[in-house]
Write a protein that binds this ligand. Structure first.
Ligand SMILES: [Fe+2]
Ligand SMILES: [Fe+2]
Length: 192
């Protein structure tokens, strides 16, 4: 399915706030893809559909994930909302006819990150954090970095911001976020 058809379908399935957030992520991902010479169409579509599984109530996430054979970790049980990322990757094909593995991966990793993130994965993760509708302390610094920084500088700042916030709230830190952040630090290449 092409972008416009996906957009129309998504508009019927998500509430207005989430739909508008999705449009913001699509636009932001598109801009970042141009800046980093990543496939613009894929970035825009991945941004548009990254939260598609938010159509499910949080109370249904574990059941829906189980039905698709998605592994459920103790952290997912404690925070079932996290499952909207892998669930959303499955729904791309089920509902939107999008079979692209790179897009599915970016959707699956958009919430907590993960090992060996591709530039597309990084762009969708970052776009989700800075799209124009987002408001939280520190977002302006991330937005500024989004226009000047390298992808790894941007992601390092985004992961650090996210981990600090989560720790401040007393919540669990997902090990995949730590893995993704450590990988950037260990690579020693903030230009990548
Ligand atoms: Fe999300
Ligand atoms: Fe999102």
């Amino acid at each position: 399915m092409e972008y416009e058809a996906c957009r129309t379908l998504l508009a019927r399935r998500l509430n207005r706030t989430r739909y508008e957030h999705s449009l913001g992520v699509a636009d932001t991902a598109e801009k970042l893809a141009r800046r980093f010479d990543v496939d613009v169409k894929k970035a825009r579509l991945a941004g548009l559909l990254h939260d598609n599984a938010r159509e499910f109530p949080v109370a249904d996430m574990i059941r829906e994930a189980k039905a698709r054979g998605i592994p459920i970790t103790p952290i997912d049980r404690a925070m079932p909302l996290l499952l909207h990322a892998p669930l959303g990757a499955y729904r791309l094909r089920e509902v939107y006819g999008v079979a692209d593995e790179a897009i599915a991966r970016a959707v699956a990793l958009h919430t907590v990150g993960g090992a060996a993130m591709t530039p597309l994965d990084k762009i969708v993760y970052f776009a989700d954090m800075i799209e124009p509708g987002r408001q939280y302390p520190g977002v302006e610094d991330l937005r500024a970095l989004g226009t000047t920084g390298t992808l790894n500088e941007m992601l390092l700042a985004a992961f650090s911001q996210s981990i600090l916030y989560i720790v401040g709230q007393g919540h669990l830190v997902h090990p995949d976020t730590v893995t993704a952040r450590n990988e950037i630090l260990l690579s020693g290449r903030f230009g990548g």
